[in-house]
Design a protein around this ligand. Structure first.
Ligand SMILES: Cc1ncc(COP(=O)(O)O)c(C=O)c1O
Length: 413
C-alpha cells in the first residue's frame, strides 16, 4: 500500500468523500498463506474455508478464492454470494437452512454440515427423491469446551454451546443416515470461545477424534476444526502473550497425527479462519470537523461513526493515528465522537491527540476488518466507500451508498 500520510488521505477524501475504508488485499493474502503454510509444513491435506460472515466484501472474498480457499458460509445469502463470486468449493454451515437451499447446495456439490435434526429429515427427503444419486453430508459435533478447572470456555461464558449434535444424538443420526444410504464425509467441530486459547483446540480435536474412531466414521474427508483463532492484529495491539498461527497448527496436528483413526483415514483438515486473517486488512478514515470543550471534557467531532468501526460497541480503543496539516509535538487528551447524534457514538475515549488538530484533519482507525462492515446497516448515514490500494493501484471496491440504494427495497416510495 502506498505510504499513508496527510496528503494521501486528503487526496482520497477529495475523490471519494469521507468517511471511507481502506482495504489492503496484500495483507489478507499474506495472512491466509501464512496460516495455511504452518499447517501444510506438518500435514499436506489442509483446506482453508474463509469465513464469509466475518467480512464478505466481494473483492476480499475473490482474493481468498484465488488463493485456493473454500467459501465457508452459514446462510442462503452467503451461499448465493459465494457462488456469484465464483467459488466452486463451498462449506455450508449454520443452524438454519431451508429445504430449497440445502437441496440446491447438495445439487451443486457443497459440503453441507448439518446442525439439527430437522436438517436430517430434509436430507432424507432429498435422498428419497434421488435414490441413485450418491448423497454425502457432514455433521456438526457439539463440543464440551470445559477446561481442566471446570470452567466453560464457550463464548460469553455460556455454560454450553447450542450448535451441533451431542454425541448421543449423533449415534442415532448416523444410524438413520446410513440406513438411507447417505454417506457422512465431514465432521465439524467449530466452537467459539472468548479467549481463543490454543488449549481449546486440544479439546475440540480430541472429542472429534474419539467420535470418529468410536463410530467408525471412515468416510470422513473433511475433518473440520472450524475457526475462532487469534491473529492478524493491527499494529499497536500488544500480541506478546497471544497465540500464533503455528501454536494452533501444533496442537491440532500433533493431536491428530498421534491418533490411530486419523493416521488410517488421513482426511483433509479444514480450518475456517475469519478474524484471524482479516482483522488488520481494513482501516477507516474520517475527517475531523471541530474540536469542542464541555465542562472540562475535550471532544473531537468527526464525520465517521463508532457503528462503522466497532458496531458491537465494545470499550477498547482501537489502534489509531491522527493526520494533521500542521505537525505538532504537544498533545492533549480528548474523545473522538461520531456523526450519528447518539451519545454512545464514541469512537475513541480519552486518547492523546495532537495540539494542532483542527477541522479538515483526519483520523485513521486500524484493525476494523472483522465483524464491522458486515454488521453495519444503513444507520443515519450512507454506507461508506471502500478503497483498495494494491501495488500502488487504487481501486474503488465499494462506492458510497446512494438514496436509490436505500429505497430500492421499499415499495410505494
Ligand atoms: C462455523 C464458523 N466457522 C468459522 C467462524 C469464524 O470465526 P472467527 O471469525 O472467530 O475466526 C465462525 C464464527 O462464529 C463460525 O461460526
Amino acid at each position: 500500500m502506498e505510504r499513508i500520510d496527510f496528503d494521501c488521505l486528503n487526496r482520497l477524501a477529495y475523490k471519494y468523500g469521507t468517511p471511507y475504508y481502506l482495504m489492503d488485499g496484500d495483507v489478507f493474502l499474506h495472512n491466509i498463506t501464512s496460516f495455511k503454510d504452518v499447517f501444510v509444513s506438518k500435514y499436506p491435506k489442509i483446506i482453508v474455508g474463509y469465513s464469509f460472515k466475518t467480512n464478505y466484501v466481494p473483492a476480499l472474498c475473490r482474493i481468498a478464492k484465488d488463493a485456493g480457499c473454500y467459501a465457508e458460509v452459514v446462510s442462503e445469502m452467503e451461499y448465493d454470494l459465494a457462488k456469484k463470486i465464483g467459488f466452486k468449493s463451498v462449506i455450508f454451515n449454520g443452524p438454519i437452512k431451508h429445504d430449497s437451499i440445502i437441496w440446491k447446495a447438495l445439487d451443486e456439490g457443497a459440503v453441507v454440515n448439518l446442525d439439527s435434526l430437522y436438517e436430517v429429515d430434509s436430507i432424507i427427503k432429498y435422498k428419497q427423491k434421488r435414490p441413485n444419486k450418491e448423497v454425502t453430508v457432514g455433521l456438526r459435533l457439539n463440543i464440551d469446551l470445559t477446561d481442566s478447572d471446570g470452567i466453560s470456555k464457550i463464548q460469553c461464558g455460556l455454560r454450553v454451546g447450542r450448535f451441533g449434535f451431542t454425541k448421543n444424538v449423533l449415534v442415532d443420526v448416523i444410524h438413520v443416515l446410513r440406513k438411507y444410504g447417505v454417506r457422512i464425509v465431514s465432521l465439524h467441530g467449530h466452537t467459539s470461545s472468548s479467549d481463543r486459547a490454543v488449549a481449546n483446540y486440544g479439546l475440540i480435536v480430541t472429542q472429534m477424534l474419539s467420535l470418529c474412531s468410536e463410530l467408525h466414521l471412515d468416510d470422513i474427508d473433511y475433518f473440520d476444526v472450524g475457526g475462532g483463532f487469534f491473529g492478524a492484529a493491527a499494529k499497536g495491539i500488544d500480541v506478546s502473550d497471544k497465540p500464533k498461527y503455528s501454536d494452533y497448527a501444533d496442537i491440532i496436528l500433533d493431536t491428530c497425527l498421534e491418533n490411530e483413526w486419523f493416521r488410517k483415514v488421513q482426511p483433509n483438515i479444514v480450518i475456517e479462519p475469519g478474524v484471524s486473517v482479516v482483522a488488520n486488512v481494513f482501516s477507516y478514515v474520517s475527517k475531523i470537523f471541530q474540536t469542542k470543550e464541555i465542562a472540562g471534557q475535550k471532544f473531537l467531532s468527526t464525520d465517521g461513526t463508532v457503528f462503522d468501526v466497532k458496531p458491537t460497541l465494545h470499550n477498547n480503543n482501537l489502534p489509531h493515528t491522527f493526520f494533521t496539516k500542521t505537525v505538532a509535538d504537544d498533545t492533549y487528551v480528548a474523545s473522538l465522537v461520531g456523526s450519528t447524534c447518539m451519545e454512545k457514538d464514541v469512537i475513541l475515549s480519552n486518547v492523546r491527540v495532537p495540539n494542532s488538530i483542527k477541522g479538515g484533519d483526519y483520523v485513521k482507525i486500524d484493525g476494523v476488518g472483522a465483524y464491522t462492515i458486515v454488521l453495519t446497516p444503513t444507520f443515519i448515514n450512507y454506507l461508506s466507500p471502500i478503497v483498495s490500494i494494491e501495488n500502488s493501484e487504487e481501486i474503488l471496491v465499494r462506492r458510497r451508498q446512494t438514496l436509490s440504494d436505500v429505497t430500492a427495497v421499499y415499495n410505494n416510495i
